[in-house]
Ligand binder design. Structure first.
Ligand SMILES: NC(=O)c1ccc[n+]([C@@H]2O[C@H](COP(=O)([O-])OP(=O)(O)OC[C@H]3O[C@@H](n4cnc5c(N)ncnc54)[C@H](O)[C@@H]3O)[C@@H](O)[C@H]2O)c1
Ligand SMILES: N[C@@H](CCC=O)C(=O)O
Length: 543
């Protein structure tokens, strides 16, 4: 029984390792990659801490070498979802009463394990299973996940410290209860750290969760689950349930004890889930908390005073890192005519050696896109641009899926600011540029503000201070993460809390106190040391 007030130091952002030739981390990672490739593993469901095999299986493959099978995974069906819900509800009885310091200790320990022996495992699994370059993987599967665990724990502590004023004779207090029910965490393929965080953030506050990973991220996500178990996560607190979302999701969403949904993925999937929940409102014990971070069509808007070199590098990093498969990827760019020629030259020069390749070679900046469906979808957008008189592909355009799902970094220039690739999320290494006449700055800015239904990230480039101030004001609602003279990707937990509004989600800012608070239902407790003795107010008495 915990009877002390403990402190958690404000965490420091995790430091990236370099993976330079000759470094220990490079040697360890190369060894782990070789080991993982040497023989496929079998991935069970994990329900109440026990492995469950259903015999209905799928495979995890390497996107840059799609004939290589890394694992066979078992898929949950309705029966296993019911089992997981029962396990989560049962485990909650103990977990919610576990002192907060012991709950958080599990996640703080997990962060230390990533910082130590588990780092190479999470990086190797993410590089192989999701096709990430070493740098992209280190930044998120290792560092961002550590940050989620450390900052997340710190935010829980900060919130429970927020207490109402206690006055003499009346003891006021706020109890931060977990949600009544279980949490369904549905996670995307593109960030291992998001996979790990979505079930963990609610669990830190005493909730129990069912974690449904994306099928193309099961390989790394399974290792995250194993890491949490090694860190001491009690059975049933997080239940790992790979399987078809459209089959197992509705079982959870129809359940009267659905306490909340922690979702990251596409807007279409989130809208479907929201509709399912809305249709069930009368069946729930409480209104489920629905937290969802979704798609983006992220902009870069440059003014004539912008630093051309900075624009060039921001476009490349924002559009092509992790093959553009980030919700934050730069995918529409507005450039004034006066700097266009220089930007174009810079883009051509800097991308000439930028080819997607095998990320096991650490010098490759880009790998393959995640799967065949994604490859076909991205290619279909490139095909549209190739055929259109309103667009010209000035860089890239090549696609080849013989060995891996490779799409060249592609730059389209369009004369139509509403061209298909300026409006729709592509989720691949494709960026579209619209060049505006310098005199049409105001109109171009209106276009940037209103063209997309999304409002996730956006960057403005200018050196003129008054212009920067104006851009910041005029684009108030166009992006939840707004960058000035920087790329649209790469937010840090606790430093640039992440999330967007409009069709980009509920903007609860993952990795922030706002998100943490969504997994708690506070109870105000007033204890009166002088209980009432007379129902009448003093005013009601005759003098
Ligand atoms: N805003 C953010 O923070 C953020 C971060 C990462 C990714 N994303 C977005 O995620 C998308 C890419 O990820 P994705 O392809 O994995 O997204 P997705 O929507 O296809 O899948 C997300 C998850 O939902 C599950 N799912 C699908 N249909 C379901 C259903 N009917 N019921 C329950 N679950 C279901 C999937 O299996 C997966 O686990 C992009 O749109 C990207 O912008 C957003
Ligand atoms: N938080 C990440 C994006 C996550 C979505 O894919 C970034 O800031 O680039």
């Amino acid at each position: 029984m915990s009877n002390a007030i403990y402190n958690i130091a404000q965490p420091e952002t995790a430091k990236l390792l370099s993976y330079l030739p000759g470094s220990d981390e490079k040697k360890q990672l190369k060894e782990r990659i070789a080991q993982m490739k040497s023989a496929p593993i079998e991935i069970p469901l994990i329900i109440n801490g026990k492995e469950v095999r259903t015999g209905r299986t799928g495979t995890c493959i390497i996107p840059h070498n799609h004939s290589h099978v890394l694992a066979t995974y078992h898929m949950a069906g309705p029966k296993e979802m019911e089992m997981a819900i029962d396990a989560a509800l049962e485990a909650k009885k103990t977990w919610e009463g576990t002192p907060w310091d012991h709950r958080l200790a599990v996640f703080l320990k997990a962060a230390e394990l990533i910082d130590g022996p588990w780092r190479s495992t999470l990086n190797a699994a993410t590089m192989l299973g999701q096709g990430k370059s070493v740098y992209e993987s280190e930044a998120e599967a290792a560092c961002e996940l550590m940050d989620f665990f450390r900052f997340g724990s710190y935010f829980v502590k900060q919130i429970i410290e927020e207490q109402p004023k206690a006055v003499q004779g009346i003891f006021n207090r706020m109890e931060y209860r977990p949600l009544e029910g279980f949490v369904l965490a549905v996670t995307p393929f593109n960030f291992t750290a998001i996979g790990g965080n979505l079930p963990s953030a609610p669990a830190m506050s005493g909730n129990t969760a069912i974690w449904k990973p994306a099928s193309t991220a099961i390989f790394s996500n399974y290792y995250v689950m194993k890491l949490l178990m090694e860190a001491g996560l009690p059975d049933g607190v997080i239940n790992f349930l790979p399987g078809p979302g459209s089959v197992i999701g509705p079982i959870a969403m129809d359940h009267p004890m659905l306490g909340g949904i922690h979702f990251t993925g596409s807007t279409a999937t989130f809208n479907n889930m929201w509709r399912t929940v809305a249709g069930n409102l009368e069946n729930y014990r409480s209104y489920p908390r629905i937290v969802g971070e979704t798609g983006g069509k992220d902009f870069l808007f440059a003014h004539a005073s912008a630093d051309v070199g900075a624009v060039v590098h921001a476009v490349i990093a924002g559009a092509f890192s992790y093959q553009g498969q980030k919700c934050s990827a730069t995918s529409r760019v507005y450039l004034p005519q006066s700097i266009w020629e220089d930007v174009q030259k810079g883009l051509i020069k800097e991308t000439k050696d930028l080819k997607p390749g095998n990320v096991e070679d650490f010098t490759n900046y880009m790998g393959a896109v995640i799967d065949k469906a994604s490859f076909d979808n991205i290619k279909s957008y490139i095909d549209v641009a190739e055929k259109s008189p309103e667009a010209q592909i000035i860089i890239g355009g090549g696609c080849n899926d013989d060995v891996g799902y490779f799409v060249d970094p592609t730059v389209i220039v369009t004369t139509n600011p509403h061209f298909k690739t300026m409006e729709e999320e592509i989720f691949g290494p494709v960026v579209t540029i619209y060049v505006y006449a310098d005199d049409d700055f105001e109109e171009a800015l209106d276009l940037c503000e209103s063209t997309s239904p999304y409002a996730l990230t956006g960057a403005v480039f200018a050196r003129d201070r008054l212009v920067i101030a104006d851009l910041e004001k005029r684009l108030t609602y166009a992006a939840g993460n707004f960058y000035i003279n920087d790329k649209t990707t790469g937010a840090y937990v606790g430093l640039q809390p992440f999330g967007g509004s409009r069709a980009s989600g509920t903007n609860e800012k993952v990795g922030s106190k706002h998100n943490t608070s969504r997994w708690m239902i506070p109870r105000s407790i007033k204890e009166n040391f002088n209980p009432p003795k007379d129902y009448r107010l003093p005013l009601m008495q005759e003098s």
